[in-house]
Design a protein around this ligand. Sequence first.
Ligand code: ATP
Length: 235
Amino acid sequence: MLKLSNIQTFYGNIQALKGVSMEVSEGEIITLIGANGAGKTTTLMSVSGIVPPRFGEVSFMGQPIHEMSPDKIVSLGISQVPEGRHIFPYLTVMENLDMGAFLRTDRNGIKSDLDYIFALFPILAERRNQAGGTLSGGEQQMLAISRALMARPRLLLLDEPSLGLAPIIVRQIFDIISKINAEQKTTIFLVEQNANLALKVAHRGYVMENGRITLSDSAENLFSNEAVKKAYLGL
Ligand code: ATP
């Protein structure tokens, strides 16, 4: 579904990605783990077109997308939930969700997706008229995921959904990530520093160090890999 071929991405003179190749198949949850500053967020930004790669190719469903604008990439079915959530704080929950469906015209589909989201996150239904900025951190993460789902993506890019949240909320959010994948058949590309959690929900994983992929394997094998255990699982 998604293929990154030897991409190199820069911020001015700083090279953040030094030739990254990855593949994501339809229906999978894949995770990209790695230390602070390894280049995980930059990888997602290179896919969503926010920081396009300077060299290499990104293709989605067989079509090259690395020279497309971010809105065009969204319209093809890729939605990103950014690190730090970035919901619209002065808009209500409902208005935030409407923004997610901005490019859609199928009213019935939008209505049924909204019902699905409110069933996944009943708290958002309760708070639908409340300003996004007044929600708790966990609720804002739920809203950010829901807003992305309102675009009905085929591929959902999630950047550090666990960041700054209490363990009980993180577990809830990760359960829902698995549910969205199983029920909606949404393919998920998950960037996480919490490798323990990420490898529990993912089917496959990649490890990134210093702008390069250093390992790729099934989540199960990565979980029992001695180097991964030592560096990322605290075992
Ligand atoms: P984190 O988990 O801390 O978000 P990460 O693995 O997602 O880390 P990136 O945010 O992709 O890493 O950063 C990769 C490299 O690019 C780092 O060296 C970082 O300092 C640099 N970088 C990221 N954003 C910018 C920017 N806007 N301008 C300049 N350098 C940047």
